[in-house]
Each structure stands twice: as structure tokens, then as C-alpha cells.
Design a binder for this molecule. Structure first.
Ligand SMILES: Cc1cn([C@H]2C[C@H](O)[C@@H](COP(=O)(O)OP(=O)(O)OP(=O)(O)O)O2)c(=O)[nH]c1=O
Length: 198
């Protein structure tokens, strides 16, 4: 992992930056400015598609030798894909849908290596199942009216006050917070090894 000439995180999410910092990676931050477009109802495919759009948008403005990381997180519940809520009412609706049950969190990640002769792209998706305790109407209302849900997929943050309602998870915790850093590291390592062979 010491061969990176330049690493760029195509994300405005402070959580993703912190998760990379936790494993000793300090990328430059260049958030993507594209309008995100989903062309599928399958959550795994949607997050991979969006992570790729973000990473490729930023990669198109980078010098050769740069690695770019793009990511996207959604919650899937009751056949619906839940992104960030539009307003507090929307947050209430999302939390009422997921309380007392199990839902899935998917994060799609795309790594782009900007080569001199075209880019190399690697995309993958990580899933975590999250089990929630039942919530009263008052608990849903208080949480939905707070600032916490507004910038988060599914209208909750496992890392904040919402922890009071988390019964357990199956899978990677960091994936729920927005970036499965263990998997990202392993995939980057494989990408570098491939570069070395070529
Ligand atoms: C479910 C869940 C999501 N989230 C966050 C992770 C993501 O930052 C956010 C989902 O929005 P995203 O669109 O994936 O990312 P973003 O808008 O924050 O940043 P960018 O598009 O620039 O990359 O929800 C939590 O922080 N905690 C949680 O428990």
C-alpha cells in the first residue's frame, strides 16, 4: 500500500474520511458534483452504479497515476430503497418502516486507477443486516425531528443516538457508517498487485 502516487476520496462524507484515517489512509477530498441517477430497483446494483458515477466523475479530472475512491450507501426495507430523507416527515416515514424489524444496508464502492492509457475500474458491494428494537411513536418522532437523520441513508445513524434502538448486526459495522474499510483495503491491495504484474 505504499505505492499510491495520489489518492482522492470522491465523497463529501466526513464519516468516510474518518474511516480511512482510522486505517492510516489520508486521501485528498474531491466530492463529485454529478446528479446521481439510479436505473435499477435492485439495491446492490444501485449502490454500485452510484459509486461508479461518483468515482468516474472525479477521476475524469485527475492526472494519470491517481487512485479515486467513490462510495454510496442505501438502506433496503420492505422492497424499497431508502436514501437520505427529504425532510423530517420523510425521516419519520422511513424510521416507522424499519423499526422493530431487520433491514439491509448496502454500500457500493468503486476504485478507479487513472492510467496514462485509460482507467482501470473495480466495483464491489458490501451488505450488512441490521436488527432494530421496536420504537414507540414518541421515540420515532423525537429522533425524526432531530438533525441526525437528515444526511443519512435510511434516516438514521448507527454511530449516534439511534444506537439505543440497535439490537444487533450481521456483517461489517463500518459498512453501515458508509465505508467497509477492511474490504476497501483488501480490494486496493489486489488492484496494486495486479498493477505490479502488468
Ligand atoms: C445507515 C447509515 C448511513 N450513514 C451515512 C453514510 C453516508 O454518508 C450517508 C448516505 O449518503 P451517500 O449518498 O452514500 O453519501 P454522502 O452524500 O454522505 O456523501 P457523497 O455522496 O459525497 O459520497 O449515510 C451513516 O452515517 N450512518 C448510518 O447508520
Amino acid at each position: 500500500m505504499n505505492k499510491i502516487e495520489r489518492l482522492v476520496l470522491a465523497s463529501a462524507s466526513p464519516r468516510r474520511k474518518e474511516l480511512l484515517a482510522q486505517i492510516g489512509i489520508a486521501p485528498e477530498i474531491v466530492p463529485s458534483t454529478i446528479e446521481e441517477k439510479i436505473t435499477t430497483n435492485v439495491p446492490e446494483e444501485a449502490v454500485m452504479e452510484l459509486s461508479r458515477q461518483k468515482a468516474e466523475d472525479v477521476a475524469s479530472r485527475q492526472q494519470p497515476g491517481t487512485y479515486v475512491i467513490g462510495a454510496d450507501t442505501v438502506v433496503a426495507a420492505g422492497g424499497e430503497i431508502l436514501g437520505k430523507p427529504d425532510c423530517h416527515e420523510d425521516a419519520y416515514r422511513m424510521i416507522a418502516l424499519i423499526e422493530g424489524k431487520t433491514h439491509q444496508v448496502y454500500t457500493g464502492v468503486t476504485l478507479v486507477y487513472c492510467g496514462g492509457h485509460g482507467n482501470k475500474v473495480r466495483t464491489f458491494v458490501e451488505r450488512t443486516d441490521v436488527h432494530l428494537y421496536p420504537m414507540s411513536e414518541g421515540e420515532i418522532r423525537t429522533y425524526a425531528d432531530s438533525a441526525d437523520p437528515m444526511d443519512k441513508a435510511g434516516a438514521y445513524g448507527i454511530q449516534g443516538k439511534f444506537a439505543a434502538f440497535i439490537k444487533g448486526i450481521d456483517g461489517d459495522y463500518n459498512n453501515v457508517v458508509g465505508l467497509p474499510v477492511g474490504r476497501v483495503y483488501q480490494e486496493m491491495k489486489q488492484m496494486f498487485e495486479q498493477e505490479d504484474k502488468e
